[in-house]
Every structure is written in C-alpha cells, then in structure tokens.
Design a protein around this ligand. Structure first.
Ligand SMILES: [Zn+2]
Ligand SMILES: [Zn+2]
Length: 337
C-alpha cells in the first residue's frame, strides 16, 4: 500500500498576468515507486517487488521558498532497521504536466517560450491513505525472475562492445544476434515502422544486478500501412507467439524503429552539403505510453532503431531513471560469450 498524506499541486504563473491558476496534480506515482524498489533490490536491502508494509511518499520542501513549496519528493521503503529512501526532484512532475504545459504554450500567441512558469507545492490532505496509485493505465506487472546467475560480469564486459557509456548505471547486455536481427528486420521493412519484444533475464552477480537480453520476437502486424500500433490484442498475440516459439526469458523490454526518415530524407537537399540534422533517436510521448503500460518495471528498456540516407543507421537504448525514460548506455555481447 502507498501512504501519502499530501496533495501535490501546481501554481501556474503568467509573465503578464501573474498567478493564473492553482491546481491539484493527478500524479502517477508508479514509475517512482518502481525506481525506489529497484534501487532497493540492486543494493540488496530488498529482495522482492512486494515489500511487507507501506511505502511512504513525502514532500521535500524547498529550502529557499520553504513549505508548502517543494523541490521534489522522497519515497521511503518499509525496511526494518534500515531506513531507505530515494529522493526525486521536480523534474518528475514535468513529465506528468506535459499535456497541460504543451497546450498552454500552443495557445500562447506571443511565441514567448517563457511566458509561463510553474511552482510546485504540497498540502496536507484529510484522508491520507491511497490504496492504489492513481493512474488511468493499468499496470501489468512483470514478475522478475532473479536467476542469480553466477557469471563473471568482468568477462562479459570483456566480450562486449560499449555503446553510449554504459558504465554509469546497472549494466544491460544485448546479445549481438538480437541487435543484428532487429537491424536486419528494420532494413527489410523500409520506411514501415516495426518492432517487437525483448526477452531475457535479470541476474545478479555477487553485488551487481544486471540485465541480459537474449532474444527478440518481432510483432508482425499484417496489412498495417506505416505505423506500428500496440493494441491490447497485439500483446496477447505476442504472448501466444512467445509460447509457440518456446523461447525462454522474461519480457524485459521492447524495440521499435523510427524509419520515417527514409521517406523524409529521400532525395534530401541537405544531403550533399552534409548539413541535415534530422535524427531518429528520440523517445516520443506515444513511446512513453507503451513503456508505462507494458514495461513499468524500473529495469525495463526500449531499443530504438532508425535509418535514413542522411543520418545513416542509428540505434539507442532508453531506460527508466528516477521514474523518467532517458537514454542510457548498454553493452553488445558476443553471443558465444
Ligand atoms: Zn536529410
Ligand atoms: Zn517511437
């Protein structure tokens, strides 16, 4: 259960008119809670995603502006004799406010990007126990299989190629066969957007927790035009397909292509002068919605592959960091490692 004694609110100020609105935010706490649980598991102070006792969410008041204004919040896990809490800054609220802020900025005629500013605050509420995180999206929780494989991570690293600085957080290894298959299927699909599920396992080597992606299963949506759509039926179909193939592993992420640039940059005028900056490595709000719905666990990842005449082949990995989806590094592991 989540114990939360506060309402989290925002003041919207306009440069011209001053304070224009105060509203309560309907915050989806789940990604932050997942992050805190995962940190607990990685540090070895927790051994499951279902701790005994309540998880507490508390405001972190702004030291300059002071209460009720907040700089963020913290999540405290119920671990006996071992106080463990994780701090989150106000960046977390931005993701949740995005639909509102983008609407305000669209409506703003002056084109001034800083026409509005926002201040977050927290107020005590009378009834304080929330039984569920407030979200319109149902979480289909993935139970982690902690295989506790005793491998020597150092030898894995030696047999791997680093992509985008993977040393910064828990290691993710993607087998080269998986990456190659995704790239090949992306090439075959031309400018059609395709994708699939990444399978693998969470493992622990002495003190370090890691992720290994061993297989991918592509989504085939016959008859689709140019957009990959993830409907509930798609995931049901994928479950069936994974079973059919008899592939071992948990669903630990997904991959998809941003291939529209093959059309956009077809005969691109900037190609010759090497001045085209169109890139395909980004994580859209639609991508976030898929991640949040199907892969809410803090260790879940998303691989994005893009290719265009100007930018060439690009790929990048996104993962949860403090409840937000951010670009992260990974290792490409030679399969016979
Ligand atoms: Zn171009
Ligand atoms: Zn996307």
């Amino acid at each position: 259960m989540i114990e939360n004694h506060y309402d989290y609110c925002v003041e919207i100020h306009s440069k011209e008119d001053g304070l224009i609105a105060k509203c309560r935010m309907n915050i989806d706490w789940a990604p932050a809670v997942e992050d805190a649980l995962w940190r607990g598991i990685c540090l070895g102070v927790l051994d499951a995603f279902h701790p005994d006792g309540d998880i507490a969410i508390e405001p972190s008041f702004d030291p300059e502006l002071q209460a009720p204004y907040i700089a963020g919040f913290s999540i405290r896990l119920p671990i006996a004799n071992h106080p463990f809490s994780v701090e989150f800054n106000s960046q977390y609220f931005w993701m949740q406010l995005y639909p509102l802020t983008s609407l305000l900025h669209q409506q703003n005629q002056s084109g001034d990007k800083n026409a509005y500013y926002y201040q977050f605050f927290a107020m005590k509420k009378s009834s304080f126990v929330e039984t569920e995180t407030k979200s319109s999206i149902k979480i289909k929780a993935l139970e982690p299989a902690f295989s506790m494989i005793s491998i020597d991570l150092q030898s894995y690293r030696e047999k791997s190629e680093s992509v985008d600085n993977p040393q910064k957080e828990f290691p993710v290894f993607i087998r080269r066969t998986v990456l190659d298959e995704c790239i090949e299927q992306s090439k075959e699909a031309g400018s059609l957007e395709i994708g699939g599920v990444l399978l693998g396992s969470v493992g622990k080597d002495k003190d370090e927790t890691f992720l290994e992606i061993t297989h991918q299963i592509p989504v085939q949506s016959p008859g689709t035009l140019n957009k990959l759509e993830f409907k509930p039926e798609t995931w049901e179909y994928m479950r069936w397909k994974v079973q059919q193939r008899g592939v071992q592993g948990d669903w630990i992420g997904w991959w998809h292509t941003h291939s529209y640039l093959k059309d956009v940059c077809h005969k691109c005028e900037k190609y010759k002068t090497n001045s085209c900056h169109a890139g395909s490595l980004f994580f859209s709000t639609d991508d976030y919605a898929v991640q949040r719905t199907v892969f809410p666990r803090a260790y879940s990842v998303a691989l994005v592959i893009g290719e265009s005449p100007c930018a060439g082949l690009q790929y990048g990995l996104w993962g949860w960091r403090k409840g937000l989806m951010e670009r992260r590094g990974f290792y490409v592991l030679d399969s016979n490692a």
